[in-house]
Write a protein that binds this ligand. Sequence first.
Ligand SMILES: CC(C)(COP(=O)(O)OP(=O)(O)OC[C@H]1O[C@@H](n2cnc3c(N)ncnc32)[C@H](O)[C@@H]1OP(=O)(O)O)[C@@H](O)C(=O)NCCC(=O)NCCS
Length: 170
Amino acid sequence: MQIRDAQENDLAGILDIYNDAVLNSTAIWNNNPVDLANRRAWLEERQRQGNPVLVAIDDGGQVAGYASYGPWRPHEGYRHTVEHSVYVCDSQRGVGIGRSLMLELLGRARAANLHVMVGAIESENRASIHMHQQLGFFHAGHLRQVGFKFGRWLDLTFMQLILNPERSTP
Ligand SMILES: CC(C)(COP(=O)(O)OP(=O)(O)OC[C@H]1O[C@@H](n2cnc3c(N)ncnc32)[C@H](O)[C@@H]1OP(=O)(O)O)[C@@H](O)C(=O)NCCC(=O)NCCS
């Protein structure tokens, strides 16, 4: 397993994982699959912003998962905070890939001198909430019924990690 920055030829693998989450989970609150151009535009925007998109490549050379962060909110005062996402392909969950992606992503965020990372997680997503707790994230809020998918309301749990708690200024 190798973790590295995503390249153009990883987009098909990223697309498969993303669309599987759209169609079969409440991890993403979209109803419709997207196409390769959509993921290419996303990758290019992240690269333009200087934000990482990481992929985990399995021994067969396939994309087993990906993780990234981008701006949390647009206003200038939030510029030291990012919101991340992490996805592992259905057949390779539970063997440490999500955690490995997150550890590398946290390293990148610290190297970029960011201060806070925020995760917005569907409240019944036990795997994600547990993984984030194990990584030191703490529960920062619970919004009831702010989403709707598969015929039911969804709650949103915010988790956050202060990346450089010793810093009083950036
Ligand atoms: C959430 C997700 C990224 C975790 O990645 P993963 O590679 O399966 O997780 P890991 O194998 O690295 O495990 C990390 C921790 O979570 C735990 N975990 C993994 N799957 C779990 C599950 N289904 N239920 C409870 N805990 C689980 C592991 O035991 C491990 O904890 P430990 O260190 O105490 O042993 C992955 O399950 C996934 O892609 N899910 C669908 C998309 C998603 O929900 N993304 C997050 C959106 S916020």
